[in-house]
Design a protein around this ligand. Structure first.
Ligand SMILES: [Zn+2]
Length: 426
């Protein structure tokens, strides 16, 4: 299998199976219900893990939870609640909402607040190696000491110096590893430099290396994290001589057209709201339809299309099984092994009328549920038979009334060449 790597800007081959393949994907900052856009790296990570395991790899997938961050403190002040209470509540929402995607859980989901000793140790090593310096309770990474800086992101000087300017910095490109406690911050941890808390970037270097070691295969996250977050992670780890990630897998962002979305979701484009309105299957098919490394539009139209595609896949299991021609699975498998091309894999799946093969492919994406053929309960089947009888005697008024009753019960009667069948409305 090969994947596009943002660092070398080319395709990189994974080691042969069984690997191991170690994956770290940056998770959400927990201070409110997560945005639907945050579901993309989670879903992608779970799918890549599933696919690699399916093809015989040993995989460890780490997805962190950023539960200490400027945003957490700011929102806590706004709401007048303790910051720890806010992040605990938002972490519970994160678990609830991502559980409802029905993909299971990553192997490890470390929280920044549970990794403080490792983070402090990491910073100490950078200070000892003169890659970082202490200034009035803060610790800063010295960008001038890392000549390869901006290799990953290609960030310009203006972008670098716009990050949190401070008189304590020796160079405005430098970034904080440890931040001393501010008056509005109600939670802090002890450190050799005084009470405070870690910077966001060092949290991920420490969490990734704690669970995966100083060198691992894949580092994922949204394309918006390339700079400064991932550039800084790489600088911190590489400065200690750690190889860190071999492949940087940056997923494209969801592009929301507020006007084209207002009908279904209003202004609340949280994962929770999307799951409630469209359901998990439509959301997963939406994610399948777009190339992972490219930006994708997200609005009512594309969700409608995804929902229709999910229905088409479901319909296959209501039809007659037809064995797929030899080599069908290989076409599917080749698409995924070639930079995890899910749109191509989905196109292959749409050709199949082979129940076994389609069920197996859907399983890779947590969509086995589409293969569950719904059996109408007896009272619904009886209604359908009465409607059929009414139509046979041309009592269309009664037939319409019974159709409405079926819809009320959540079922639709579809005509077929030899009779009718009942389809559950979703
Ligand atoms: Zn991160």
């Amino acid at each position: 299998m090969r994947l596009y790597d943002s660092l070398t800007r080319g395709l990189v081959e994974l080691p042969p199976s069984p690997g191991p393949i170690r994956i770290y994907v940056c998770g959400s900052t927990v201070y409110q219900r997560i945005h639907v856009g945050n579901s993309r790296p989670f879903v992608l990570g779970m799918w890549v893990r599933n696919w690699l395991r399916h093809t015989g790899y040993e995989v460890t997938f780490v997805h962190n939870i950023t539960d200490v961050d400027d945003k957490v403190y700011a929102e806590a002040v706004e709401q007048g609640v303790p910051s720890r209470q806010l992040s605990e509540r938002a972490t519970a929402w994160f678990f609830e909402d991502t559980n409802d995607l029905g993909l299971g859980r990553p192997d490890l989901e470390p929280r920044a607040t549970e990794t403080i000793p490792e983070i402090v140790q990491f910073i100490q090593e950078l200070v000892d190696g003169e890659k970082a310096y202490v200034a009035n309770g803060d610790v800063y990474f010295s960008v001038a000491r890392f000549p390869e800086y901006v290799r990953l992101s290609g960030a310009r000087l203006e972008e670098m110096i716009s990050q949190e300017t401070s008189d304590l910095k020796q160079d405005q490109r430098d970034f904080a590893l440890w931040k001393s406690q501010k008056p509005h911050e109600d939670a802090a941890w002890d450190s050799p430099w005084g009470p405070g808390r870690p910077g966001w970037h060092i949290e991920c270097s420490a969490m990734a290396e704690k669970f995966l070691g100083p060198e691992f295969e894949i580092h994922g996250g949204g394309n918006d994290l390339r700079f400064p977050h991932h550039e800084n992670e790489l600088a911190q780890s590489a400065s200690l001589g750690h190889a860190f990630a071999k492949i940087w897998m940056h997923n494209g962002m969801l592009e929301l057209d507020q006007a084209k979305m207002s009908k279904s979701l209003g202004n609340v484009v949280t994962l929770r709201n999307v799951l409630d309105v469209w359901g998990r299957e439509s959301l997963l098919v939406f994610h399948l339809s777009g190339a992972w490394s490219k930006p994708v539009d997200f609005d009512d139209d594309v969700m409608q299309q995804a929902s229709a595609r999910a229905d088409r896949l479901r319909d296959v299991f209501r039809g007659i099984h037809q064995p797929a021609p030899a080599g069908s699975w290989e076409r599917f498998s080749d698409a995924l092994d070639d930079d995890f091309n899910t749109p191509a894999a989905l196109a292959v799946m749409h050709e199949w009328r082979d129940h076994e093969l389609l069920r197996r492919a859907l399983g890779v994406f947590g969509l086995e549920s589409l293969a569950e053929n719904d059996e109408a309960p007896p009272e619904v089947a009886a209604l359908a038979q009465r409607r059929q009888a009414a139509r046979e005697v041309r009592d269309f008024e009664e037939a319409d009334r019974l159709r409405a009753e079926l819809v009320e019960a959540g079922w639709e009667m579809r005509d077929e060449t030899n009779g009718h069948r009942l389809v559950r409305l979703r």
